[in-house]
Every structure is written in structure tokens, then in C-alpha cells.
Design a protein around this ligand. Structure first.
Ligand SMILES: [Zn+2]
Length: 167
């Protein structure tokens, strides 16, 4: 038996003003998307914006539903739209932010577990890593070079697990 270790490094910016112009633009697009999200139940409005390899920016907000499992995360909305409009086009950077009437938006949030799994599959599909930019409306901003860093030992589909599936 041996013990394995896992660690990753990420950058911390003290404020929005430290970002590059491109990153400011992308995080601003995510902030704008947070204001267009639909979150009447949680009042936690998440916005995400992706810069694709072709330069397109796709943004979206979380979409809740009275039947809670039916809701969509902002990251999931963006991945679905990006994949539908530009199949297999890599995402260079995904910015995620939030606002709330109940809480200050002054620290970064990170994608939920389901979104981490979706990001991992999106990366596999496009063969390109996704850089994350995570921040609130104010405060520090985290930069993660590879979204897979947030999902060690990720579940991956292996056909041998599902022998009844054809093709
Ligand atoms: Zn999520």
C-alpha cells in the first residue's frame, strides 16, 4: 500500500482591477448574466460567461424551478449553449460570479459538483482545458488553470461498465 497525494495551485487576485482587460471583460459578462438569471427561490443569482476559442462569448445565468431538481446552474446553461452553437469548440476561460439580495457578493464561488463533472466531460470532448475565473461582484478573484483540478478522481464513462449499451 502506498499513500497518494493530490494538490493544485491557483492564483488569487486581490481585486477586479488586477485582472487583464480580457478577463475584466469576461467577468463583467458573467456579472451581467447574474442579473438576468432566474432565481426566485434561492435569491442566489449566478452568472457565467465563457470565452470560446473562436472568440465568441457565451453567457448565462442559473434558471430555477419550483421543482428544485429541474433547475439549471449557470455553468450548465453556458456549456449547453456553447456546445449547441459551436459543437466541440474549446472554451478558453469560464468566468463564474453571483449576486444575492440576502448576502454580500464579496468572495469567489466555485462550480458545484455536478458542474465540475460537466466541465470535465466538456474538456474531454474538446480536448482542451478550461481555465476558470471565480469571483463575486467585489473582493478577491481566483484563477484556476484547469477546471479538472477541482474534480480529482473524476468519474469517467467506460463502456465496459455498461456492456448492454450498443455502439
Ligand atoms: Zn452547478
Amino acid at each position: 500500500m502506498k499513500k497518494e497525494h493530490y494538490q493544485f495551485a491557483y492564483k488569487v487576485y486581490e481585486s477586479f482591477s488586477e485582472l487583464s482587460d480580457d478577463d475584466k471583460k469576461l467577468l463583467k459578462a458573467a456579472q451581467d448574466a447574474a442579473f438576468l438569471s432566474y432565481a426566485p427561490y434561492s435569491s442566489f443569482n449566478v452568472g457565467a460567461a465563457a470565452e470560446l476559442e473562436n472568440g465568441e462569448i457565451i453567457s448565462g445565468g442559473n434558471q430555477e424551478n419550483a421543482s428544485f431538481p429541474a433547475g439549471l446552474c449557470a455553468e450548465g446553461v453556458v456549456l449547453a449553449v456553447a456546445s449547441s452553437r459551436f459543437p466541440k469548440m474549446p472554451i478558453k476561460t469560464l468566468a463564474v460570479t453571483y449576486r444575492s439580495e440576502k448576502h454580500e457578493s464579496d468572495h469567489p464561488i466555485a462550480p458545484c459538483g455536478i458542474c465540475r463533472q460537466s466541465l470535465q466531460e466538456f474538456q474531454d470532448k474538446t480536448g482542451s482545458t478550461i481555465r476558470l475565473l471565480l469571483g463575486g461582484l467585489t473582493g478577491k478573484i481566483y484563477e484556476v488553470d484547469d477546471s479538472n483540478s477541482l474534480l480529482p478522481l473524476a468519474f469517467k464513462f467506460e463502456r465496459r461498465f455498461f456492456p448492454s449499451l450498443c455502439c
